[in-house]
Design a protein around this ligand. Structure first.
Ligand SMILES: [Zn+2]
Length: 126
């Protein structure tokens, strides 16, 4: 599968979700999955971003050095601020650079803390 430009990440993500539904779960795909956690600069929401090496990476052919890039538009559920994520990999899928416009990368622990605080807030008000 050759993807030159991913102009509509939302549609791509949607079809990936659809496909995983039909397959009945992720299962053995985990080896290809990349997970990032990003915090929205506007509202503070922490979002888990899932990417798949096989579909989401673009091959970068530089000066003899092969590598990959991942471009993802990230949209949370709390506000409509779009974050633009860029991650660069070397030929062995090691991350060599990562940046995000409109947000920042956080740790899995920060994501879990955010989830907990949101759950508590929701149940307390219900
Ligand atoms: Zn937000």
């Amino acid at each position: 599968m050759k993807v030159q430009y991913l102009t509509n990440e939302v549609a791509v993500a949607f079809f990936q979700k659809l496909r995983s539904l039909f397959r009945g779960g992720a299962g053995t795909d985990d080896a290809h999955v990349l997970i990032f956690y990003v915090r929205c600069n506007r509202c503070g929401e922490v979002i888990r971003v899932r990417a798949d090496r096989r579909w989401d990476l673009l091959q970068e052919l530089g000066d003899g050095a092969a590598g990959y890039s991942l471009h993802k538009d990230v949209l949370g559920t709390q506000c409509n601020a779009l974050m633009r994520m860029l991650v660069l990999f070397d030929g062995t899928y090691r991350i060599t650079h990562q940046e995000i416009e409109g947000g920042r990368f956080v740790t899995p622990a920060e994501y879990e803390a955010f989830q907990r605080s949101r759950d508590q807030g929701a149940s307390g008000r219900a």
